[in-house]
Design a protein around this ligand. Structure first.
Ligand code: CP3
Length: 357
């Protein structure tokens, strides 16, 4: 049994005495202790591929801050790496694939990785983290969405205009669907393997869904996240367990209703969405995770407190809020400002939720 199950309760829209909080990219470069372990490991992928080190950096933010969840330290690009694309993180450039996917033949030939064997380092990291956590807080497992993974795999790395992947969806939609379908199967197997190893929540990061048209989002992104969610829900029903699924589409605010209809338990929102409106629109169906602008952490602790209070009061005295930033924490943020943010979430949410009739 989890000692702190606020996150699970909030994701299932049950009553909590205060709003749980965790932070996207809570383990990472803004923490000097992370930079130390990364430099000892040599590089970021070695950190991800060494379960003891992945476990150590997962625990670092929990040692420093009063957080209500741990998130597996890994990356969304582990799946394409396991598919044989040759992932490297190049300084100042981000991820680069040695063998990007370009033709129909490349896509037909792509294997669907067996997570236990080809991503065994992730499964082992989850097990090590669960042991270390000793049920103190829940552990969040994650994957990229098929669409977001496809953007990196076809572009060969990060992109601004997405020419190649967008060229593919418009010129050869069937080939794009073949790729997305394979990725959806790979992601489903990967998340189920994480559940079997012990994660308590699954989150799907759709970082680039927001670059699609409304119809394109339905067809090329949401449809596949729905399939994965259905697969996880079915697995959980068969095994009599409850694992909340959170879908996060950055810049997906205009599609909240269709995301909320995808059988997920919670929707992550970025800071371009008004959280009060989001709750009024979909709060009767799903929990909402978010959505402070990560740049607020550049302000003073007193100012941060006011911005946090506004998010908490805008959401109001209702069930189903998980506090987070609208996207990952930036690497040049002062960690003490996160301490102030977390204290403010506890203070404001205790006030708001205790006012509930
Ligand atoms: O949230 C967490 O603390 C868990 C760890 C986590 C990382 N990446 C570690 C990481 C998670 C959940 C991710 C997800 C991820 N990775 C996403 C989706 C979320 C988002 O941010 O939109 C994406 C798009 C990636 C792909 C990725 N990984 C890029 C583009 C980069 C380089 C750019 C950057 O931010 O540095 C990474 C590297 C990465 N992933 C780092 C970390 C801590 C930095 C690596 C380093 O230490 O140099």
């Amino acid at each position: 049994m989890l000692k702190n199950d606020l996150l699970i309760k909030a994701l299932l829209r049950q009553a909590v005495p205060r709003t749980p909080v965790w932070i996207m990219r809570q383990a990472g470069r803004y923490l000097p202790e992370y930079l130390k372990v990364r430099s000892q490991a040599g590089d970021f992928m070695t950190l991800c591929k060494t379960p003891e080190l992945a476990c150590r950096v997962t625990m670092q933010p929990l040692e420093r801050f009063d957080l209500d969840a741990a998130i597996l330290f890994s990356d969304i690009l582990t799946i394409p790496d396991a598919m044989g694309l040759g992932l490297q993180f190049v300084k100042d450039e981000g991820p680069v694939f040695a063998r990007p996917v370009r033709t129909k033949r490349d896509i037909v030939n792509l294997p669907i990785p067996d997570p236990i064997h080809e991503l065994g380092y992730v499964v082992d990291a989850v097990k090590a983290i669960k042991t270390e956590l000793n049920n103190k807080v829940p552990l969040i497992g994650f994957s990229g969405s098929p669409w977001t993974l496809a953007t990196y795999m076809v572009e060969g790395g990060s992109s601004k205009v997405f020419s190649k992947i967008k060229g593919l969806i418009y010129e050869q939609p069937e080939t794009a669907h073949l790729l997305l379908d394979k990725l959806a199967k790979a992601v489903e197997l990967y998340l189920i393997a994480q559940i079997q190893a012990g994660v308590n929540v699954c989150m799907i990061f759709d970082t680039w869904g927001g670059v699609l048209t409304p119809q394109g989002y339905q067809d090329f992104s949401l449809q596949y996240m729905k399939k994965i969610t259905a697969g996880i829900n079915q697995y959980c029903a068969n095994n009599n367990i409850t694992i909340p699924v959170v879908l996060f589409t950055k810049q997906g605010g205009q599609w909240l209703e269709s995301i909320a209809d995808s059988n997920c338990h919670a929707v992550g929102i970025d800071w371009t969405v008004n959280i009060k409106q989001a709750r009024e629109l979909v709060g009767h169906k799903v929990a909402i995770q978010g959505n402070l602008d990560p740049a607020v952490l550049y302000a003073t602790p007193a100012q941060i407190r006011e911005h946090v209070k506004k998010v908490i009061y805008d959401f109001g005295p209702h069930n189903g809020h998980v506090f987070n930033l609208g996207h990952g924490i930036y690497p040049d943020v002062n960690p003490d400002h996160l301490t102030a943010l977390i204290a403010a979430v506890k203070e404001s949410s205790t006030q708001v939720l205790s006012s509930r009739a």
